[in-house]
Design a protein around this ligand. Structure first.
Ligand SMILES: Nc1ncnc2c1ncn2[C@@H]1O[C@H](COP(=O)(O)OP(=O)(O)OP(=O)(O)O)[C@@H](O)[C@H]1O
Ligand SMILES: [Mg+2]
Length: 369
């Protein structure tokens, strides 16, 4: 997918933005609080119907407005899709090719969008939910049909948890256990296959950058590998009932990222953590590119230089410029990006108080009135 044109109305401080981005690389330069992250957030919303900063989408509506509207025309595999999303204080409406979409998943399957921002290092450093989200993104886009399996699992967990909370008899609750065990093994197999497919892509990037340690992945499936899920569900019955939640299952899984047998987060420096987590995401995009060559993805990079030295920054830029994704990248200072060295179709924009204008395309400066 490549965004061919984009219109943003009343999204945070972006009241009236209309632009035609470059197919490959778009760089947005602007001062603090000019609207750079807001711009990336608007694109992310077009691909997911949510924000990467807040769970409260109504916050995204401009303070002076009742709703925001986003519109884009994308080229996916040679077909043009117009996509429109509007959000008022109550709800979100999504239209794809003049038809109302029934779910955000419909949007996501059309617009795979990945973000690298100063929070990306949380993928390594913080709790399992960050890594679960990372795996789910990849599995959703690469293993089509997985969504149905995961929805089935969520449905079973919801029923089981409701039964626990309502103090159903043990026997009545056990009817959900068998269904959970079956779907869990299916999910674990798909996730395992995905992470093993992904690892070589990430390690290739690690070796391209140089001077970084090789990674190892293993999946914690959501219960100890040495244990049988059925026995565990039975043994944890009393605690599950007390807490009203199922403690073991694929909803509790994690991706273990290791270096020479140690947890990666305990080994690497802060800057290395930043670049490695960025490479994890680039690896996902590369795997997606190879699995579905006709698909184009979007890569949003917010504040690239943050905590990366020049060597890592250049290495990352080199990988980004050869990526097939359409890239939108922000920076407060264009000197961090050696634009003249970019051997790729690109466009540079200036962001100022919520207004976005073209400064240069492929090194040619555009005259402004
Ligand atoms: N709902 C809203 N309506 C109007 N303005 C908003 C809204 N939400 C946030 N803003 C404004 O948007 C601005 C922040 O924009 P943004 O986060 O995109 O800045 P930025 O260019 O990424 O800055 P930095 O370089 O500091 O990261 C702030 O001035 C904020 O007040
Ligand atoms: Mg910002």
């Amino acid at each position: 997918m490549a965004i061919q044109e984009l219109t943003i109305s009343n999204f945070r401080n972006l009241n009236n933005v209309s632009l035609t981005p470059a197919r490959h690389l778009n760089i947005l330069v602007g001062a603090n609080a000019s609207g750079k992250t807001n711009f990336l957030e608007a694109i992310y919303f077009l691909g997911t119907a949510r924000s990467f900063r807040t769970i409260q989408s109504k916050q995204l509506i401009n303070f002076e407005s009742q709703d925001f509207v986003l519109f884009t025309r994308i080229n996916q595999g040679g077909t043009i899709f117009p996509i429109g999303i509007s959000r008022n204080k109550q709800n979100t409406t999504i239209k794809i090719a003049q038809r109302f979409a029934t779910s955000a998943a419909e949007l996501a399957s059309l617009l795979p969008v990945q973000v690298i921002n100063p929070d990306t290092h949380k993928l390594m450093e913080e709790g399992p939910r960050y890594r679960r989200r990372f795996i789910e993104w990849g599995v959703f886009h690469v293993k089509h049909g997985y969504m149905d399996t995961w929805q089935k699992c969520r449905h079973i967990l919801k029923q089981r948890n409701a039964a626990l909370k309502n103090h159903w008899a043990r026997k009545a609750i056990q009817q959900w256990d068998l269904a959970l065990i079956n779907v869990s093994s299916e999910i674990t197999a798909i996730r395992n296959e995905y992470i093993q497919q992904l690892l070589p892509y990430v390690n290739q990037f690690i070796s391209d950058v140089g001077d970084l340690p090789t990674l190892d992945f293993s999946l914690y499936q959501g219960w100890p590998a040495s244990e049988n899920l059925q026995e565990l569900l039975q043994a944890s019955w009393e605690t599950d009932k007390r807490k009203g939640i199922t403690q073991y299952g694929p909803h509790r899984s994690d991706l273990r990222i290791r270096i020479k047998g140690y947890a990666a987060k305990d080994i690497v420096s802060r800057g290395q953590q930043k670049i490695i987590t960025a490479l994890l995401k680039l690896g996902q995009l590369k795997l997606l590119e190879n699995a579905y060559p006709e698909m184009t993805s979007l890569l949003l990079i917010d504040d690239l230089p943050a905590e990366l030295d020049q060597r890592y920054r250049q290495a990352l830029m080199a990988l980004i410029t050869v990526s097939r994704s359409q890239v939108f990248m922000t920076t407060t200072d264009s000197k961090f990006i050696d634009v003249d060295a970019l051997d790729v179709e690109h466009c540079m924009f200036h962001v100022k108080q919520g207004k976005i204008s073209v400064i240069a395309t492929n090194g040619e400066y555009v005259a402004t009135s």
